[in-house]
Design a protein around this ligand. Sequence first.
Ligand SMILES: [Zn+2]
Length: 240
Amino acid sequence: MPARGDATPTGKIEQDYLYDKTVVCPVCNSKITVKVVKASRLRIIHRDTDSMAVYKDINPLLYDVWLCNHCGYANLQTLFHKPLSKSQIQLIKTNITARWKPRDYPQSVYSEAIALERFKLAIYNATVRHAASSEIAMLCLKTAWIYRMMKDETNEVKYLTWACQEFEKAYETEDTPAFGMDATTQMYLMGELCRRTGNYARALRWLGEVITSPSAKQTLKDKARDQKDLVLEMMKKETT
Ligand SMILES: [Zn+2]
């Protein structure tokens, strides 16, 4: 295994996939430099049943949180420029900026530990400004994925559980599913997160909804059936 930062068998290093970009912070209006992954170069090699993607040479997840080191505002890059209300900006300034001490981040590649720190800051930002449940859910899911890469199962399950609760809240309270998902895809994801966190009764409920939904695509129904079989197997094991 090449060390991170070394050339991989494809001859590319992690840094080849990254470039710096200047953006304006929506909280303090400072110009900041963020790292962006060249999406067109990414080659997916595997996708887990809860959507975590593994790519060749680089893990783009490590760069997914943008952070303003002037005021402490942090969010997923796709949500970074989403308009914030005056009261949300005030909440961030009072609760985060007032205590913010700029962090030292490397110029080149980010470690998993650094990515975790940035995701946790983004989760803290989201709770402080009372962000939508779907936003907190996605941040928690991606944090769980970083723990999965670090093989820290206890924390992975903790964040998957939190993500599942927030996705369920979002399903009840938000008009449309976030992050480009349709309703049945979100149901499948909630079922799979319930399965992974040992909440089998709820897993069966959500996966069952997908299987019987008239609007779910056949490939999604097939995936839901596979995961339902796994749940039933796991339940059988627990009772024997
Ligand atoms: Zn800022």
